[in-house]
Design a protein around this ligand. Structure first.
Ligand SMILES: O=P(O)(O)OC[C@H]1O[C@](O)(CO)[C@@H](O)[C@@H]1O
Length: 531
């Protein structure tokens, strides 16, 4: 018999937190935010420190958040998940009924793996990747003219695009100078056309990534690229690679130069450390850097098993998020990396978080009676400062902010201009924004008044490297998983994307048959003037 999971409002800690939320810590009172507080409210972890002095929390609130995490059994559930429990399910209703084992993709460094069977499969795929990359390097794999491949087009969408793309962008500073990577995701034909215009197809590999092997956008883009290869007199089977689920419609060795697998127990948005991300990263950076990236993720996974929230960054970040969202009524979370390399990372987290926890049904099939996942968005600083920070400081909407910064730049190409170099300017801005949001500043002119008390945290790392990128990714994956457990939702399915897909098919059918005006979908087609 399945264990009954508690909803948060059934927890004593929930009631206590509600009471504490009536009078949250006021950061604007003179001396409230002092150096002692800033020094105390720091959680040191793998590759990152979490600075959380600028949160509206006291030690009482932290104790209650610890109790809530304990009452909901968050770390216990996380450990069950890593060991292979069927976490992707809704009781009493048909659901996916799957294990959730994206953590197995990096559990290759443990002496004793949390789930042996999954790690065996993961190691097999990694060995295939290592061999494949070596064959490109040593010239065993070449194009028909005997030349080496210098470009790769990664074709996929959603979890098969956002994670790999954001990680590639984050790490391309470490990329091989002789290799280029391009991404195509949107079914807008201009997306693939723009890439096809830029590459020399004869020296290009095309990596088609789709877990299901049936996603409309990816299959359409694959066809467009295959067609371009044929038009260039090339054989697609000598250029195309696949990452897909075993026995998916794309699992066809004759059509691909190589096929790599991902498995049912790896959800799309959690798949960046599987072959979904590893093939592109391996092509761009080399196999050893893939291992570094996985190592960072594995270390973070291990650290996330600590019960004490004050010593577990993902759990603490998750619980601070619950405090802000469920108790202080902050509906949105802005992820603001002060790192140009991370410019696509908020987009990846948007899918990872919102597709996971944007749910209204609990795992027991009952409706959610409190707020589940927040709206997640973000852009890099300092660019955002000149765009939307006005609202963060003075808007009526209260936004929970998560800053990410690094002490050192990736490329070390900097110089002193007017007394400081650009990296110092970047970091000064990050810290200034954190304080300005928290403390505010009074002014008798209401239009120039900063109310303060705008909660934020800073995730501070040394440098964005493959290892720290792996750790950062795993940190957020674990945060999202902990919050999903806390809200008692199934973070691992995505039924909410289905209806739009069904209606798009209906509209495509109406377009093909020139039907118009009978159903609501057809009426909309006519009103929009689309033939
Ligand atoms: O890898 P696939 O099967 O092509 O799916 C792509 C994306 O589509 C979704 O199923 C949502 O439409 C995502 O969850 C997934 O990451």
């Amino acid at each position: 018999m399945a264990k009954r999971r508690k909803s948060i409002y059934e927890c004593q800690a929930f009631l206590n937190l509600k009471e504490l939320a009536e009078n949250p810590f006021d950061m604007t009172v003179e001396g409230a935010l002092d150096s002692e507080r800033l020094e105390t409210f720091v959680c040191k972890g793998i590759e990152f420190d979490l600075l959380y002095g600028c949160q509206r929390v006291t030690t009482d609130v932290l104790d209650c958040l610890q109790s809530l995490a304990d009452e909901c059994g968050l770390v216990g559930q996380y450990e069950e998940m890593r060991a292979g429990a069927v976490m992707n399910r809704i009781e009493r209703y048909p659901s996916e009924e799957r294990q959730v084992l994206h953590t197995a993709c990096r559990d290759v460094f443990s002496k004793t793996a949390a789930n042996d069977a999954a790690v065996i499969q993961v190691k097999r795929e990694l060995a295939k990747l290592q061999e494949f990359l070596a064959e490109i390097d040593n010239g065993k794999i070449r194009n028909t003219a005997g030349e080496t491949f210098t470009s790769l087009i990664h074709v996929g969408i959603g979890g098969s695009d956002l994670g790999p793309r954001s990680i590639y962008e984050a790490l391309k500073a470490y990329g091989r100078k002789d290799r280029k990577v391009y991404f195509v995701s949107n079914v807008d034909p201009d997306d693939s056309a723009a890439v096809l215009d830029r590459v020399d197809l004869s020296k290009t590999l095309v990596l088609v990534v789709s877990k299901s092997g049936s996603t409309l956008e990816t299959l359409s883009n694959e066809s467009l690229v295959r067609n371009a290869l044929k038009e260039a007199g090339l054989d697609p089977a000598r250029h195309c690679l696949a990452v897909t689920g075993e026995s998916s419609p794309m699992d066809n060795h004759e059509r691909y130069l190589r096929s790599f697998y991902m498995f049912d127990y790896i959800g799309g948005r959690f798949s960046s450390t599987s072959m979904v991300g590893a093939v592109t990263l391996g092509f761009a950076l080399g196999y050893n850097q893939v291992l570094e990236f996985l190592k960072g993720a594995w270390l973070m996974d291990e650290a996330a098993a600590e019960r004490n929230i004050r010593g577990n960054i993902p759990l603490l970040l998750a619980m601070l998020g619950v405090w802000n969202h469920n108790f202080l009524a902050m509906d949105t979370v802005a992820i603001l990396p002060y790192s140009q390399g991370l410019h696509r990372f908020p987009a990846h987290l948007q899918q990872c978080d919102m597709e996971s926890n944007g749910k209204s049904v609990q795992r027991n099939g009952e409706p959610v009676r409190y707020k589940s996942g927040p709206i997640v968005w973000g852009e890099p600083g300092t660019n955002g400062q000149h765009a939307f920070y006005q609202l963060l400081h003075q808007g009526t909407e209260k936004v929970a902010v998560e800053f990410i910064g690094f002490r050192k730049s990736q490329r070390n190409r900097d110089m002193c201009i007017q007394g400081s170099n650009s990296q110092q300017k970047l970091l000064a801005n990050l810290l200034a924004q954190s304080l300005a949001l928290a403390v505010g500043r009074e002014d008798e002119n209401p239009n120039k008044n900063f109310a303060g008390n705008r909660s934020n945290v800073i995730l501070m790392g040394e440098r964005l490297t493959p290892k720290s990128m792996g750790a950062l990714l795993a940190l957020y994956e674990a945060k999202i998983v902990f919050q999903g457990f806390c809200w008692n939702v199934n973070s691992f399915d995505q039924e909410g994307v289905q209806l739009g897909k069904v209606l798009a098919d209906e509209i495509l059918g109406a377009m093909a048959e020139k039907r118009n005006g009978k159903t609501l979908a057809e009426a909309l087609l006519a009103v929009a003037g689309i033939s």
